[in-house]
Write a protein that binds this ligand. Sequence first.
Ligand code: AMP
Ligand code: MG
Length: 420
Amino acid sequence: MSELTPPRLKNDCFALPAGVDWTPVDEALDRLRERMSRVVGQETLPMGEAEGRVLAADAVAIRANPPAANAAVDGYGMAHAATGDGDQTLPLAEGRAAAGAPFAGAVPTGSALRILTGALLPEGVDTVVLDEDVSTDGARVAFEGPVRKGSNTRRAGEDVSAGDVAVPSGRRLGPPEIALLAAVGVTDVLVNRPLRVGVLSTGDELSVPGKTFDPSRTYDANRPMLLALLRDWRMEAVDLGHVADDRVALRVRLDEASERCDAILTSGGASAGDEDHVSALLGENGSRSDWRIALKPGRPLALGVWEGVPVFGLPGNPVAALVCTLIFARPAFAVLGGEGWKVPQGFMVPAGFEKTKKPGRREYLRARMKGDGSVEVFASEGSGRISGLAWADGLVELPDGPVTVRAGDAVRYLPYASFR
Ligand code: AMP
Ligand code: MG
């Protein structure tokens, strides 16, 4: 099945209303949510190849789970109507019912039948008594009544009915979803193609480790970080390399990138300085919007559209680049890739630190959970401290307003894994 690829984004999709100065994070997110739409095409895949993909249509159960009533334990099955209070003794019918080997006949009312876990309930059986609750001499079973009607059995379709939506559109197929779809007989699914995201580093000062020890050179940390992040998100990461602070070279690279990417992440050169060429180019083509988002660490973030492809111009600083990618690019990519808007799962946990913050900007602190269930933050807030990113296992989000956090106060913790 083939489908036309959805249209690319319009040039003005990031435009801000006149007079906007500092934009609070939530407002920026609302705006982003409104402006983004799915850009990836769709394809039908056999389940065996669909792991990690995002469903493009509801996956409907071909048959029920379980498909028919069966025994939930190893024991003895009978008609509940023939049981009562107190000591019960029932004759055993000949034969047994096992998983995959149903009992062919009907069990007479007043008799019991040996039945194993997963076996279809034969005609005449609606209740099962657990092995541990009976004694038997091979010809009879005895147990204590009353037993509950239907005990130790599973009803047909008690988990999922045939025709039910087993997994909804927009869900990424992980191991649990794969198990469910297999159980209800789904063999092929309509999924979105993976979002192709290019990663480009900019800056005259950048080099790569192994090439030089010149201390005036900065090793490019953003590109490997962002490529790894995209792969972790099951997207197609496209390495666009590095360009110096050279507008012509950058233009050529963006032209090439827009041919083969659905979205582009650049880092560096996103401010309004002389050497901030990403920002300048997006301005020249008229699509740039400087989202002066009130967050720390983060500004500046330059958003633009290059030949219909959204460009997220991240700050060069790796700490800010990561935070901006997690907070802004991740939910935008979810929409572009057909998952729909995504909100990371946060947890309110007691602070294992103290901090006073001024109003005006939302803050994200490098944080990690301690064994006692509280969350601690990295000792330095210096945005050049990349070691703090690796020390942390997530971020603590402090609200836009003024805050004084005391030890034990509840704070919002966002594990890195919540952004997947
Ligand atoms: P810029 O946003 O270009 O002004 O860069 C801000 C800071 O981040 C400067 O110290 C840059 O050297 C640094 N930086 C820019 N790009 C990278 C990168 N890819 N890896 C590591 N540091 C970077
Ligand atoms: Mg730079």
